[in-house]
Design a protein around this ligand. Structure first.
Ligand code: CP
Ligand code: NVA
Length: 274
């Protein structure tokens, strides 16, 4: 998929994989990048993106996920879902007869991880032997990075404080020491300290616990020379990442945001080809 994503990036209008077909994108949570990159990518593939805000559908009036899946499957080539409840996405996938794409749940963000590995591949030339160090909250983005890293043969180290660490995931190396995690790494990755599905009441405690995990130039200096900084965005400069890194010469963050579109086009092509 990364090979194909790179081809599509070089020739964005070369595929009509979704010609005259619609893709439903259900949002139960806010989004900037995911919505825009899916809508633009589906249009580039010749398809019609149909964004549905969950609160504007009959789901809010008690129609079941099962019935929603049955009906949408009669109209569209694929369904994307962003929700807090991972079980909701799984139930949709169980009853839909078209592919269902996770556009972020509280537990996973696989489309982000696909774009992350694509960005790493572009930055390094190859994923072989690559090490990425994620510092901060062991959240959905960290979990998907660990899962996809294991599939792609990328070494993923995750540095998070006690209480914010991922459960042991295949392949990921877990530590609470950010300096140890980033030493010699090819990329340092961070994400917000308070995610959209976290209890807002926990924000102050999270910021206190995660403060030593900020991605700044000093941390980046410990990585291997030429290492890049990644962030899935939205960022909070001065919190999990400094403005110097976010807008500095070592980041690949804006490229990473663009790569969402190319990576998702490769995914849509794969899932909707008969
Ligand atoms: N990175 C990401 O998924 O961004 P949005 O929440 O804006 O979609
Ligand atoms: N971990 C963040 C990612 C946002 C794209 C969240 O879930 O809010």
């Amino acid at each position: 998929m990364i090979d194909r994503a790179l081809e599509l990036k070089a020739a964005p209008y070369s595929s009509d994989a979704l010609a005259r077909r619609a893709v439903a994108l259900i949002f139960q949570r806010p989004s900037t990048r995911t919505r825009v990159s899916f809508e633009a990518g589906i249009a580039e593939l010749g398809g019609h993106p149909m964004t549905l805000r969950a609160e504007e559908t009959q789901l809010t009036r008690g129609e079941s996920v099962r019935d929603t899946a049955h009906v949408l499957s009669r109209h569209v080539a694929a369904i994307g879902i962003r929700t807090g409840d991972h079980g909701f996405a799984e139930e949709l996938a169980r009853y839909a007869t078209v592919p269902v794409i996770n556009m972020l749940t509280a537990e996973h963000h696989p489309c982000q991880a696909l774009a992350d590995l694509m960005t790493l591949r572009e930055a390094l030339g190859s994923l072989e032997g690559a090490t990425v160090a994620y510092v901060g909250d062991g959240n959905n983005v960290a979990r998907s990075l660990a899962v996809l890293g294991a599939i792609a043969g990328v070494r993923v180290r995750i540095a998070a404080p006690s209480g914010y660490q991922l459960e042991p995931v295949s392949g990921a190396e877990l530590t609470d020491d950010p300096r140890a995690a980033v030493t010699g790494a090819d990329a340092i990755y961070t994400d917000v300290w308070v995610s959209m599905n976290d209890d807002p009441q926990s924000a102050a405690a999270r910021r206190r616990a995660l403060a030593p995990y900020r991605l700044d130039d000093a941390l980046l200096d410990l990585a291997r020379p030429g290492a890049v900084a990644l962030h899935c965005l939205p960022a909070h400069p001065g919190e999990e990442i400094t403005a110097e890194v976010l807008y500095g010469p070592r980041q690949r963050i804006w490229e990473q945001a663009e790569n969402r579109r190319h990576a998702q086009k490769a995914l849509l092509e794969l899932l909707t080809s008969a």
